[in-house]
Design a protein around this ligand. Structure first.
Ligand code: TYD
Length: 139
């Protein structure tokens, strides 16, 4: 059911390995996150007024992190909406397939790091919200 889909979009904690030299964050595929990683990308220099995202993916799994600064993520499974603020380097938001997401309110120094389960494929995107709702009704 769609409600369980948005519930599976969880904040995951990655406790740092810390000593007097500082901290290391570690994320291992299929251990700390529920997918294999085929791609890493990051966005930065995002003006505060900009909303990124504005799409859903058909099959892609992602983990989104604020590796620096902060931003807000709005999740929508077509029935339920949920907002999450990312502002910690030791946690990330897992987003399963078929979740519409908007990213907004980027702080000046924000870097959004994304771990993705597959290579870039424009065919995996649903970029129109009406198409997203239609897609949900047939899948
Ligand atoms: P898009 O996914 O729409 O950005 P966001 O969700 O962060 O707002 O991607 C923006 C542009 O960059 C678009 O033209 C596709 C391109 N792009 C790639 O070529 N490869 C990638 O891995 C990503 C994420 C985007």
């Amino acid at each position: 059911m769609s409600s369980s889909r948005i519930e599976s979009c969880q904040l995951l904690a990655f406790p740092p390995i810390s000593d007097k030299r500082g901290d290391i964050g570690v994320i291992e595929a299929m251990r700390d996150i529920p997918f294999d990683i085929k791609r890493i990308y990051y966005s930065y220099n995002t003006p505060n007024s900009v909303v990124r995202g504005g799409h859903a993916h058909k099959k892609l799994h992602q983990l989104i992190m604020a590796i620096s600064g902060s931003f807000d993520v709005m999740l929508d499974d077509g029935h339920t909406k949920r907002g999450v603020t990312l502002n910690q380097r030791d946690q990330g938001l897992y987003i399963c397939p078929l979740i519409w997401r908007d990213l907004a309110n980027f702080s000046k120094e924000a870097v959004c790091l994304v771990l993705a389960s597959d290579y870039y494929d424009e065919m995996d995107y649903i970029r129109d919200y009406k198409d997203f709702i239609s897609f949900l009704s047939v899948c």
